[in-house]
Design a protein around this ligand. Structure first.
Ligand SMILES: [Cu+2]
Length: 165
């Protein structure tokens, strides 16, 4: 009886893992490290000649202390910078954020098109829609975690705040 139950649990676990890899790349995926929850990291498909690609996600700090995203890296790009977009004299520009991206205690920070983002400089080999790009995030307090950026369509704008939950 107990053995059967254990087998059922194991089978269910295996099925879940398989689905998360074979399933819709648009499906939400979430990671936790320390007090941080990282929701649906994603990027857009780019060709092999693309000079850059951008990474987006929502980071929730469920803890009582502020944290900070200080760096990111991936084997699939030459380097990763943390960028913000701003409109100066009617022109949209992006620039590296000095000191990283602040994550206030109890707050939610959205990296999204038109705002904060990871800038992957020199993506290697292009990103094909449907694959995933492993990317390591480095936080001041919570430490490091490797997430997978889901590669979405070239024109993807991202999902709404709670779509897919
Ligand atoms: Cu940028």
């Amino acid at each position: 009886m107990r053995r059967t139950l254990l087998r059922a649990v194991l089978t269910t676990g295996t099925a879940f893992v398989s689905l998360s890899f074979l399933g819709n790349p648009l499906a939400a995926h979430e990671y936790r490290v320390g007090d941080l929850a990282i929701d649906h990291p994603w990027t857009r498909a780019v060709g092999t000649a693309a000079p850059t690609a951008a990474g987006y996600m929502v980071i929730r700090n469920t803890g009582a202390a502020p944290d900070r995203l200080v760096a990111a890296e991936t084997p699939r790009a030459t380097r990763v910078e943390l960028h913000e977009m701003s409109i100066t004299d009617g022109i949209m520009r992006m620039r590296p954020i000095a000191g990283g991206i602040a994550l206030p205690a109890g707050g939610e920070v959205r990296l999204a098109p038109g705002g904060l983002h990871l800038m992957l400089i020199g993506p290697k080999g292009g990103f094909e829609q449907g694959v995933r790009v492993p990317t390591t995030l480095v936080f001041e307090r919570a430490g490091r975690i490797t997430v997978e950026l889901a590669v979405e369509a070239p024109g993807a704008r991202g999902t709404g705040p709670h779509q897919g939950h």
